[in-house]
Design a binder for this molecule. Sequence first.
Ligand code: HEM
Length: 511
Amino acid sequence: MLFALAMDAVKAAVGVLDLSTVLVLVVSFLATVVLLGRSRRRGRLPPGPRPWPLIGNLPSLTAHPHRKFTEWRGRYGDVYTVRMGPDDVVIVNGWDAARESLVRQADDFADRPRLYVFDRLSHGGKGVIFGQYNLAWKANRKFVTTTLREFGLGKQSMETRIQEEARELCNWLGSYDGRPLDTGLLASAASNVICSVVFGSRFPYEHEDFRQMMALLDRGLRLSMVGQIFNMFPWARFVPFLSNLGNQVIDNCDQIDEFLKKIVKKHKDSFDPETRRDVIDAYLHQMWQGMDLNSNDLADKFSEEHLVALMFDLFVAGTDTTASTLRWALLFLATHPDVQSKVQEEVDRVVGRETPVSLAHRPDLPYTDAVLHEVLRMRSPAALSPPHMTGTDVTLNGYDIPQNTQVYINLWSLHMDPAYWPDPERFDPTRFIGSNGKVLPNPPSYAPFSLGRRACAGKQLAKSETFLFLVSMVQHFSFKLPEGAAAPPMDGVMGFALAPPQHSLCAVSRD
Ligand code: HEM
């Protein structure tokens, strides 16, 4: 994946050079550097596929690394090592090894590697996603989970915010009057929920600030993938034609920073100690409390830099993941009309066409809920976890893994394991319904939000959003492929999230 993404992005960004020239230049440069002596021992790491000189196993990890990792599981077992560029990376597959690492040895597998681009994006490891596993990370992670929960209870609750966005989304779908629409636009709805929670208000989709932010984030996501080149080969930013790319990554980070800092400034100027309009206000409360108490300890954990990194995290983690899940859900419904009819029948019976759906309806909509579970099993946007890192020397499945080793959890291997999910490529929501007719609470070999210390901090928000958005959409529309169009390939495209390829659907009004 990393190799393919990096190459795609290099191609797009360099523009004037054709891809083969770029490849030859990159490989020649790498060869020179590596032949000059850069190499690393694999130590006592678990064995895995034989790596190529210089680039390791990257050529095998082109479009669908999660599938390749799952295939290699058959040959090398649940835990093995691959080489990504110069780095040894341990791949963890299957339910048992995932739980052994992320749950039973939770602290030891909870760190993140310090990689060049991630470091830039996170102001040197601040925020939550890329933060090192230390006291500041723990404090900020606790802040996020608590604040997201509090907004669930507040006056302008999370639910109300999502319901408002779902209404706008349906208006927007209706404006196409059944004509084909690009479901990529669902990202605006997902992003707007984050705006509402973080900035205090949603934006009209055509608002200039909103469009600017979406463009910056979109470019940031694409560049963060290009950035994998610099993560693996940090010196590449000094190579003349690649430095241009490196500058673009940094320039985009700076622009996002500036944008977010402006919003923080507006909040500081209009701050009222008696109210908390949103996540930024809640953070400023926390930050200034540290200053009032003259506490260095709090100041080290809560600062404006941490806040900006955190805001960035919420947009990055909360937009593409949620939008991809919804896009997959609509695509599965459009290609499985029998499932769509059952969902609509259940929604009509329990909620009706006029009442706005609420979270309280969920227990009475087990089939619809099961559809979302099945979508997240079959096409979880996080087929692979972001890189973890061992914080100490550890033993896993009998192998010694040294401190500071990168570890990827192959969540795809859990969800596609035929021992738990017979005929895993068959879309069958009833797998998630127990004999009592309810959705199974914690099925084994299922972890779309991952496990342990680093498990998704926005899980509840994501579950609420996907449920309320999906039910609102099927209440008012039936989804189908445009007349005569074939279903797009269902393998997905690996970017920041595993997303469906670009495609159109028709939202035909049921009203
Ligand atoms: C369907 C939607 C989503 C899915 C499937 C998903 C899944 C994940 C996964 C697999 C991870 C990585 C866990 C690991 O490293 O092992 C993660 C991390 C994270 N997610 Fe989500 N996520 C979703 C939506 C959201 C939303 C809406 C937010 C909040 C706005 C969010 C916030 C985060 C954060 C902050 C992290 C970093 C946690 C950490 O490193 O401590 N996610 N998510």
